[in-house]
Design a binder for this molecule. Structure first.
Ligand code: TXA
Ligand code: MG
Length: 347
């Protein structure tokens, strides 16, 4: 398949390309498009065949459900049933934005879109191009992240092209995505809402609203067994071994440098992921500065790009510092720990 690539500026939402992209989606085709989190791989959410094509293009298991993107809160009643009041409160507060909510699905949503589940994940992206595309496509666009299954979500069109060229009808190039990590997923079908995936809408931001709406239900004290089906699959893992090192700054630097020296002697290509405060202290083959320690948003923005760049160099072993888990830091450490298969060395 020949993939057309259109570059678009975020202010130019009337572009012919978006109208054409909407047409492609209405006819059952696929279009990769930018959102404020990561690039999405879009198909018509109400078309059975489109969902099947999305799974095939990504190489994704068909029981891993897709997020339905919409452009107007009022459209929710077409695709969801028994919508709780708290949904509207949260949508007013955080939409358009990086919050995905799980609701009971209506019969209009095909089982293929929801991976056979009776629930549906919904979100309104905070991105003018995405919103225009959703409108042009008829209102409901199913979109997982636009990466091949097992690779980091794309934050730049370059990575979408790498993974999706020849697999989709069109790629809309809207430059680099703003946030860089996927949306927060909140399940509203349980007795008390539960976060299934951390993102930039944090627990601290959600808790006051949830507490107001569920005053009688105490917080579930049992650990959150991730029920987003996507969580059970092997997540993105770099081609090289990734090891997270935690401890006091000086100790971390000397431990990593000692390891790197040994690995280099063994003929391995080494990488380090470090903060802007510390990166100059390292002596690895590939040193990636991910951002300033206090700037969690900057680190979130850079994480997937840095991981892809290290993969491109085919680094054999990568050491990463630990970063703040304040705010979006929770989502950063969640993705980094998964990429490292939870290998953490404490020094
Ligand atoms: O920021 C984002 O959310 C991006 C952009 C494109 O919107 N999309 C994204 O989609 O990250 P994806 O498919 O890569 O991740 C969706 C996650 C998966 O882990 C999936 O299992 C979970 O959402 N999910 C989808 N529907 C669900 C449902 N009904 N119940 C529980 N989890 C669900
Ligand atoms: Mg994904």
């Amino acid at each position: 398949m020949k993939t057309r690539i259109y570059k678009i500026s975020s202010s130019n939402v009337d572009a012919v390309a978006i109208k054409e992209a909407g047409e492609i989606l209405r006819r059952g085709g696929l279009v990769a498009f930018p959102t404020e989190t990561v690039y999405g791989l879009g198909g018509d959410a109400l078309n059975d065949a489109s969902a099947a094509r999305i799974y095939a293009a990504k190489g994704r298991p068909v029981d891993n459900p897709l997020i339905v993107h919409l452009g107007r809160i009022k459209d929710i009643t077409a695709i969801a049933l028994e919508i709780p009041e708290v949904f509207y409160t949260l949508a007013e507060e955080f939409w358009p934005g990086p919050l995905t909510m799980i609701l009971k699905k209506s019969p209009l949503v095909p089982d293929s879109t929801t991976g056979g589940l009776k629930t549906v994940a919904v979100r309104m992206p905070n991105h003018q191009t995405a919103l225009k595309l959703i409108e042009m496509a008829g209102g409901f666009v199913a979109a997982p992240s636009a990466n091949l299954s097992g690779r980091p979500s794309p934050t730049k069109s370059k990575y979408v092209i790498e993974d999706m060229d020849g697999r989709v009808e069109m790629i809309i190039d809207g430059g680099e995505t703003e946030i860089g990590l996927e949306s927060t997923i909140l399940d509203l079908t349980t007795s008390r809402p539960e976060i299934l995936r951390p993102g930039s809408v944090t627990k601290e931001m959600l808790d006051p609203i949830i507490a107001t709406n569920f005053p009688d239900i105490m917080e579930n004290s049992s650990p959150n067994v991730a029920r987003a089906p996507g969580m059970k699959y092997r997540h993105y893992a770099p081609k090289g071994r990734l090891i997270i090192v935690d401890g006091e700054e000086k100790a971390v630097i000397s431990y990593i440098n000692a390891q790197v020296r040994k690995e280099k002697e063994a003929g391995l290509l080494t990488g380090v992921i470090a903060s802007s405060e510390t990166w100059k202290n390292y002596d690895a083959d590939e040193i990636k500065c991910i951002g300033a320690r206090q700037d969690e948003e900057g680190i979130a923005h850079n994480l997937y790009r840095v991981l892809r760049e290290l993969d491109d160099k085919i680094t054999d072993v990568i050491y990463s510092e630990t970063f703040s888990s304040e705010g979006i830091g929770q989502a950063i450490m969640n993705r980094l720990l998964k990429a490292a298969s939870y290998q953490v060395v404490r020094v």
